[in-house]
Design a protein around this ligand. Structure first.
Ligand code: DON
Length: 578
């Protein structure tokens, strides 16, 4: 049932692509539509490009570029604005992974993933011995300690050109002035209205006299504006150690939660070592654990690199079969091996070419195989990765590139707004494995590596990824949609590198996804009945869906100078450039 809701939320919109407002110096803007394809929106400009799921947020990113900012400023301006206009997907009450490539060639992987509160326990989501998803998805126990705000602040402090304060004040103005609710936003609220109305402070903001807003009505968030302004004035300490932390502790104490002011004070972002892997002579740079995305994007591409994919027509049954079999093997590994690297030993061997060769041997090109369990990658003393749901991309002409995926997990996260702050708290605790083999919201199963523990980060599928050719970035891509994020990211890369598609085509192209458990191949309806039939003959159990998530990308213009942004029309995405 939960999957049905998810499907409804990701239904493609029949919105027409309209000319971009104020696209100063924009060289071209067009939409792609061909048989068998959905549509993506694309914009080309010489100074920079931004792509996100929301027009107002993308515009904030472009404005940052026009006011002397770089791609990191554009990404953070977009992120903070998304927290206002698209708060059901992401916000400062949630977490993010931000992958940055600076013009000097350096990489930063900023881990702003939530952490479990200190009082979290292994079996906290069991009721009478059984995992209870209401506990991990809704209300006081569902939230991890949020990390996005600290990640954005660090990104700007280390790499930005515009003070963080200014980014916050700009977004605060959007929160205060309000914005017209889109059809997509109204739909999301309608589907979670009952849960939202359980919490007075959430109901007061996101429902109008107890009813969902109609498309076009103006939604104002003065409390969130105030929170952004307080952080602008006092720094992020106001959130992590001051009034926000106090208000959170108070609400949690009164409502059966366990998060304390000390949890917020102890929150730390982590700077991680990105994963570098090769595919078709390109370098793929991706996010390490606690993202499972980077590991499995690399693992799947390593397997596929052994096959001449471009000899199989794009989205033909044989191509889908091969890629789905590779996905299945990688997701079997995810369920067993992956977790926060500070708690679980994640073998580096998962992304080795030797292991990919071993896995590739398990694939039968004529028949869907049953994968009984995870594989055994090579182990080494250097096993730990990174010692130490919305995706947006930005790039500028100087060579700064950002891929960032941010989320409060499911729509409006835990549905809790800490009173007086306007901040929606995530329900990222559901990304832990509450009990071995028991699926979470996204049907994902996990093992001890991803069990709940105090201070631990729940495993994520978020896969912000950069692709380089001869050391220079050509693509920044990622997606939203739980585990399908990994598949969407792999497919976008294959579409560009194997099939020579432009990024808008790569994103519009129909998708498929296999996550090992359940043993079914999800296929977008646009792939067509004939393909479905051929896949069934190959032994796949199909689950047709309208849409598998939402992806955004920025790329180098393959035909010459400039940068291209592409936004997925499966949601009301918007790409812009100048
Ligand atoms: O981190 C993760 O993998 C999930 N919390 C992402 C959730 C997501 O993509 C929601 N969008 N459908």
């Amino acid at each position: 049932m939960k999957f049905d809701l998810w499907r409804i939320l990701f239904r493609p919109q029949s919105r027409m692509v309209s000319p971009l407002p104020g696209a100063f110096l924009m060289l071209a803007c067009f939409s792609f539509l061909a048989p068998g394809f959905l549509r993506a929106e694309v914009a080309l400009g010489e100074h920079g490009a931004v792509a996100s799921v929301n027009e107002i947020a993308t515009r904030a990113g472009i404005n940052a570029l026009k006011h002397g900012g770089n791609a990191v400023d554009a990404a953070v301006a977009t992120a903070l604005t998304l927290g206002v206009v698209d708060g059901f997907n992401s916000g400062i009450g949630g977490g993010c992974f931000m992958l940055i490539r600076l013009q000097n060639g350096k990489f930063l992987a900023i881990d702003g993933r939530e952490m479990a509160p200190a009082a979290a326990t292994h079996d906290m989501f069991l009721r009478n011995g059984k995992a209870d998803s209401d506990l991990s998805q809704l209300g006081a126990l569902a939230s991890g300690v949020p990390g996005s705000l600290a990640a954005y602040e660090a990104a700007i402090r280390q790499c930005g050109k515009i003070p963080f304060r200014e980014h916050l004040l700009n977004a605060a103005k959007v929160a205060e002035d309000g914005f017209p609710v889109t059809r997509h936003y109204a739909n999301v609220v309608k589907h979670v209205a009952e849960d939202l109305s359980r919490f007075e402070s959430s109901k007061a903001i996101f429902l109008h006299d107890g009813k969902p807003f109609e498309p076009g009505e103006i939604l104002r968030q003065p409390d969130l504006a105030k929170t952004y302004r307080e952080v602008a004035r006092n720094g992020i300490g106001w959130f992590y150690g001051g009034a926000f932390a106090d208000a959170t502790e108070k609400w949690m104490r009164q409502n059966g939660g366990i998060m304390t002011g000390a949890d917020l004070k102890n929150y730390r972002i982590e700077f991680r070592e990105p994963i570098f892997t090769k595919y078709r002579g390109h370098t793929i740079v991706s996010f390490p654990p606690p993202s499972s995305g980077g590991v499995h994007v690399a693992e799947i591409l390593n397997i596929l690199d052994r096959y001449p994919l471009n000899k199989m027509p794009s989205n033909s049954p044989e191509m889908i079969h091969l890629v789905a079999e590779a996905m299945k093997l990688a997701f079997a590994d995810r369920a067993y091996w992956l977790g926060d690297p500070a708690f679980a030993k994640v073998p580096r061997g998962l992304v080795s070419e030797k292991y990919a060769k071993q896995l590739a041997k398990k694939i039968d090109l004529r028949r869907a195989t049953v994968v009984p369990e995870h594989g055994i990658p090579e182990k080494s003393n250097d096993d730990l990765f990174g010692k130490h749901t919305t995706h947006f991309s930005a790039a500028d002409a100087e060579g700064n590139w950002v891929a960032c995926t941010a989320t409060v997990n499911t729509s409006f996260g835990s549905k809790v707004v800490i009173p007086g702050t306007g901040v929606v708290l995530n329900n990222q605790m559901d990304d832990f494995s509450a009990q071995p083999g028991v699926p979470n919201f996204f049907g994902l199963v996990g093992a001890e590596a991803n069990a709940v523990a105090p201070g631990k980060r729940p495993l994520s599928s978020m896969s912000p990824t950069l692709v380089l050719k001869d050391g220079k970035p050509i693509l920044s891509v990622g997606a939203a949609g739980g585990p399908t994020i990994i598949s969407q990211t792999v497919l976008a890369i294959i579409n560009v590198l194997d099939y020579g598609m432009n990024i808008d085509q790569a994103i519009a192209s129909p998708r498929f996804h296999h996550q090992w458990s359940p043993n079914e191949l999800k296929v977008e309806n646009a792939l067509g009945q004939q393909t479905f039939h051929a896949l069934e003959l190959l032994g796949h159990t199909l689950k047709p869906v309208e849409s598998l998530g939402v992806s955004q990308a920025v790329g180098k213009n393959p035909k010459g100078k400039g940068l291209v942004g592409a936004a997925d029309s499966r949601a009301s995405g918007r790409a812009d450039a100048w």
